[in-house]
Design a binder for this molecule. Structure first.
Ligand code: ZN
Length: 308
């Protein structure tokens, strides 16, 4: 881990707002602090992992064939059968833009094994991906997609894309401003950036406190709010034209598991527990989710912006 740092966006000083946050998903050791920049207000994780440490963490924990249990994988497969999945997105909310039809060249940043790419292609796009995990990239290529095994900054600096998708990706970046600038340079004039990330101001962050699944330390470097993200998009020459809050039942279930089973991240991969909680959240608590999404307390910010 790198030494204590200043704000990733503006270099301002960081003041702690929440201590003793631990990894509730994979059990990566360490205690982390959520700190807020006194100058620009962006919250971020301390200590901030170095690029080298992050690469190691992703290799060990984000490998899609990795430690995931078999029953959990079959749950995912079931939910991703096309008909059921579309119905589910209509009910639960679409945080990955999988229902959005269109045309042109689309780049999915962090495409993993290409599940999203298949949706984008089915919806009319000429989809390609960016993926640093070699195994995941190979799996996506096996489905017939062009997958660049590099960072966005390393792609040719030319306005090639009509759409770039950052679905729960920007909060992982050590330099989010540089990532948005790099995307800007690779979008055609008028091209669109589709972005989703957890809202650090969500009612669920307050409700669950340090058990909120989306602190996701140390993988989430930054914790944006709608206002802070809109401001950064403006500073990097994007204009926001659509923004809403969505609350996936899975995220609420995961936060509840983290709260009920502290120090036992393996519970997140218990299919029976996850399914039961999703059923309760989506089946019984939906009026509450609906209300919170509409009163700016939903868990995931879904935003679209146009290259100015
Ligand atoms: Zn700052």
């Amino acid at each position: 881990m790198a030494p204590e740092a200043d704000c990733v966006l503006c270099g301002g000083a960081l003041a702690p707002v929440l201590g003793d946050v631990t990894d509730t998903r994979f059990g990566v050791p360490g205690r982390f602090t959520i700190a807020r920049c006194v100058a620009c207000g962006l919250e971020q994780t301390l200590p901030r992992p170095s690029q080298a440490a992050l690469i190691e963490l992703y290799r060990d924990h984000y490998n899609f064939t990795g430690t995931t249990g078999r029953s959990y994988l079959s749950l995912r497969r079931l939910l991703h059968s096309p008909g059921l999945y579309r119905l589910w997105l209509a009910l639960d909310g679409d945080i990955s833009f999988h229902r959005r039809a269109g045309r042109g060249r689309l780049l999915d940043v962090g495409c993993n094994e290409g599940r999203g790419l298949e949706r984008y292609r089915a919806n009319g796009f000429n989809a390609e991906g960016l993926e640093l995990n070699a195994l995941a990239a190979a799996a996506a290529r096996a489905k017939g997609f062009v997958v660049h095994e590099t960072t966005i900054e390393a792609l040719p600096r030319e306005p090639a894309y009509d759409v770039v998708v950052l679905s729960n990706v920007l909060e992982h970046a050590l330099d989010p401003r540089a990532m948005l600038e790099a995307i800007h340079a690779r979008l055609k004039p008028g091209g669109e950036l589709w972005i989703s990330l957890p809202d650090a101001e969500s009612g669920f962050a307050r409700l669950f406190g340090r058990a909120w699944i989306n602190w996701h330390v140390p993988f989430h470097v930054t914790h944006f709010t709608p206002l802070r993200l809109a401001r950064l998009l403006g500073e990097t020459s994007f204009s926001v034209f659509d923004a809403k809050l969505v609350t996936p039942a899975l995220w609420v279930a995961q936060s509840a598991i983290a709260r009920w089973f502290p120090g036992r991240p393996e519970k997140q991969r218990s299919a029976a527990l996850v399914i039961a909680l999703i059923a309760v959240v989506r089946g019984l608590l939906f009026p509450w989710l609906w209300w919170w999404n509409r009163t700016r307390r939903g868990d995931c910010l879904v935003m679209r912006a146009r290259r100015a």
